[in-house]
Each structure stands twice: as structure tokens, then as C-alpha cells.
Design a binder for this molecule. Sequence first.
Ligand code: G4P
Length: 290
Amino acid sequence: MNYQWYPGHMTKAKRMMQENISLIDLVIELVDARVPLSSKNPDIDELGKNKSRLILLNKADLADPEANKRWMAYYKELGFHVLEINAKTGQGLRAIQPMVQEACREKIERDRKRGIKNRPVRAIVVGIPNVGKSTFINSFAGKACTKTGNKPGVTKGKQWIRLNKELELLDTPGILWPKFESMEVGKRLAMIGSMNDDILQMTELASELLEYLMEYYREPLFARYQIDGKDKLTPMKMLDLICENRKCFKKGQEPDYEKAASLLVDDFRNGRIGRITLEICEQKQEEERK
Ligand code: G4P
């Protein structure tokens, strides 16, 4: 299957980002905690250099808690400020404000020395589609905020959300397009639902997912579909068993693999198999050492 997926408006999005980034002090980058590498577009490192950087591992509720810790440490080591959050429930959001202050300490200090008082940190939220940018802005900004409207020196039409006297957020998030560096990246993004499912072959995707889950999350997978885990199973055999367990049959008792595949992928995406991370930090570190 070809996971390449290239929306035409990429160049426009990049141009808009360049324009917006010049206005801000801090880039708040959302990545999906289940794929902390594949959901990160490295272009933002170039665009956002000289800016303070905060990475939020969003959808942390769906990802493996141990893996979350490792990936946070990984990004911290690279010099980012990092937090894990659940934008949907608001969990973890309270830690953001103090971290913003820490991340922007130099800027705040510079302002102070120049006699500039009370100039809020200006931030932009960026991330690939579906990573939770709008959900985050809504829950982080909440109802307490006010839109500030146009200000001198700010491109016409830009809206800033004033969270408090220390922080303003650009109200439109920056969209980063995923970088398909390899088939693996495309595959993982397809698994979390970051692509249009219409262009995917569900059984193939499910088979890849099963292969991974059988290796790293065997217990919760087998428990979910009440499968006896003694034998070594191929992904197709496993899909067969899911058909049986979930009564996915066509006419004449023929297994409906397509249906079972969609069901499995949907279970995974919604956390019903458990908290699962598709990228292993140690493997990445190992690759980097080579
Ligand atoms: P975007 O602006 O980056 O494109 O993403 P958006 O906020 O639209 O969020 C995409 C989906 O991810 C939404 O689900 C949203 O509810 C969900 N989401 C965002 N943050 C989190 C999180 O931390 N944890 C979990 N579990 N889900 C999160 P949806 O299915 O499109 O909508 P809904 O059914 O949740 O309303």
C-alpha cells in the first residue's frame, strides 16, 4: 500500500506559518503521544529556530504511560520543554503556564532589562492535522479569555487570545503536514487515523497493526478479543480469530476480514485495546547511536 498522502495546500500552509512565526516568541507544538516521531514535522525546527519551544505530547491518555515518560525525557534531552497532556479533558494543562515562563525566561529577562514591562509572551500552536490543536486551544484558553483584535504591528486580521497578562495565543493554529520520510511513518499515521481512510486498505493496515501489537502489546490484544495466547499466530490468523470473536461474517459464514479490520483499527484508535504507543524510544536512540 502506498501511504504517501500529499494535500495540495502544503506550500500555502508553510508560507502562512513563516509569516506567523515572525510575530511570536514561543512555538507550542502538539505531537500525538502514540507516534511522537511520525507526528512531528522537522520543518518546524528550522522555522522555529531562535524561538522558545514547547512540545506537548497530546492524547497522552491513549498512549502507553511508560512510553510517554521515555519520549518526554528524549525530547527534553534535545533541549525542548515538554509536557504530556490530554487536551480533551484538560489533564496536564495547568503545568503549561509555569513552563511557558521557564521556556521564555530569556525573553522576559531581556524585556525587563530594556524597561519593557508586562509584555505578554506570544505563542502559536502548531501540529499536523487531527493532533488536537483546536481541542487544545479551546480547553487551554477556555471561556476566561478574550480575543484582543488587531493591534499595531500585527498583520491585519490576526486574532490573539489573551489568556492572562503573561500569555497570548494566536487563535489560528499552524498546520504542519506530516513528513513521509519512510513507509513506516505513513503507516503509523494511517494507524492513528491521520489520513483519509478512504485511500487505505483496511485489511493491510490491520495486519501491520496486528504484527506490532502481537509483539509489543500481546496481552491486552488477546484479552480484548478473548484469544488464547499460547500459540504463535500470523496476523491473518489473528484477524480470523477476531472475525470469530466479533461475529464478522459475510453470507455463508465466510469471514468478513474488511469488517474485522475496521473494527480492530477503530478499537485501537479509541484506546479500547489499551494505552498503546507505536514508536519505541529505545529503538530511535539505538538508530541514532549507529
Ligand atoms: P486538529 O485541530 O489538530 O485538527 O484536531 P482536533 O482538535 O479537531 O482533534 C481531533 C480529534 O482528536 C478530535 O476527535 C478530538 O476530540 C480528539 N482529541 C484531541 N485531543 C485529545 C486527547 O488529548 N485525547 C483524546 N483521547 N482525544 C483527543 P473527534 O473524534 O474528531 O471528535 P470528538 O468525537 O472527540 O468530538
